[in-house]
Design a protein around this ligand. Sequence first.
Ligand SMILES: NC(=O)c1ccc[n+]([C@@H]2O[C@H](COP(=O)([O-])OP(=O)(O)OC[C@H]3O[C@@H](n4cnc5c(N)ncnc54)[C@H](OP(=O)(O)O)[C@@H]3O)[C@@H](O)[C@H]2O)c1
Length: 310
Amino acid sequence: MKSCKVYIAGHTGMVGRAVVRSLERAGYGDVITADRCTIDLRDQRSVQEFFATKKPDIVIDAAARVGGILANRNFPYQFLMENLQIQNNLIDSSLDHNVQKFIFIASSCIYPESAPQPLREENLLSGPLENNTEAYAVAKIAGVKACEAIRQQYQKQFFSLVPTNLYGSFDTFGAEKSHVIPAMIRKFDEAKVNGNTPVTLWGSGRPFREFLHVDDLADAVKFAIENKMEENLYNVGTGSDLTIKALAELIQNIVGHTGEIFWDSSKPDGTARKLMDVSKLKNKGWSSSVELQDGLCKTYEWYSNNKKYI
Ligand SMILES: NC(=O)c1ccc[n+]([C@@H]2O[C@H](COP(=O)([O-])OP(=O)(O)OC[C@H]3O[C@@H](n4cnc5c(N)ncnc54)[C@H](OP(=O)(O)O)[C@@H]3O)[C@@H](O)[C@H]2O)c1
């Protein structure tokens, strides 16, 4: 297995980098990457040519246009169309060039907004999606279904991992595109540097969310490469959640900010709760190992060392 050619699409992103680190640490000797200047994954012909030349055995699709609520609300067309183009090109080229295993990295936003908690793989397409991320989710569902169709029709190991909210090194800390953890780290750190000024956070702080360290997801990808995966869809998470308010207090403590926190309830909360049922992957033998407190400390350390470059 470790001599297989593994192509990681999106290796400059948070997930892709973590997968490269994990596979190289484990001794995989033929990890293939190519940045956006070499190959724009929206371009069908370049992707086909790349596969014809490189002939990967295994493909990990960690490439996508990704963003927080604001970015999703402002650019629904790009979130729908670019993600469809990227994943269609990768999936179709993988089928054409006889790739043995294709792992599609989906997202928990594929599940309906009012699906029963914790979210189970069977909840897919059982109701309407959350409004703010609908375009992104529709593209991701199309990717999941394309892999499922290939499994059914060609009996190939094409399947999807569905990670919960991720965080870790190389996350996006810029104000426009960031998710909740990097946004909070940046706000608390800047407020601390400015003399512990108050920090205003979006929403009420009441929604519950689950967070997975990106190194855990990379470990789950390695597990999925090395084991026979019988199903089409596997949730990847910790199986436990906390309120956004509790998360803010945890991050405030780690950063060492001592000012006040204000909640701006005029901003959207998103779904009230989003917790994954992780029993399917657990029953196969994989579970997460990075505790939230440790993962946040590592992430803040990374941010502190790199913030001048971000
Ligand atoms: N972050 C999360 O909390 C989270 C949660 C659940 C699921 N996921 C999923 O995990 C996957 C990776 O997310 P991430 O957080 O690692 O995102 P990211 O940091 O934004 O990385 C995205 C990667 O895709 C590449 N990419 C995008 N458009 C491209 C194009 N047209 N041509 C070539 N490369 C392109 C980016 O290249 P550039 O560096 O050149 O832009 C980058 O390498 C996505 O499928 C996402 O849906 C993420």
